[in-house]
Unconditional design. Structure first.
Length: 97
């Protein structure tokens, strides 16, 4: 159980770093297609990070209704970010070709 928690924490930290990296890259890019591509990658990383945080909240801490509601909201936000990021990534990837 402890190894799973450490793995999830490591993945959350990696995805947080990638989200920040792609955020800076998207804000500094002059080309609009590349800016959109980096923004889409940021959304994908952020969506995965939110889903992993929700899994951590729901399954690895004490049972409380607040944690379940918070986890459910994070799952919904994460899935929306993931869906929007994948959709936008495909759109901007086609623009660059």
């Amino acid at each position: 159980m402890f190894a799973i928690q450490i793995t999830l924490f490591s993945l959350i930290c990696i995805l947080l770093g990638l989200s920040v990296y792609f955020s800076f890259r998207s804000r500094r890019e002059a080309d609009m297609a590349k800016r959109g591509l980096f923004s889409a990658r940021m959304n994908i990383c952020m969506g995965l990070m939110l889903v992993l945080i929700a899994v951590t909240q729901i399954f690895f801490f004490s049972e409380s209704s607040f944690r379940r509601i918070f986890g459910t909201v994070l799952v919904l936000l994460g899935l929306f970010n993931l869906f929007a990021g994948i959709r936008n990534h495909g759109h901007f990837d086609r623009m660059l070709r």
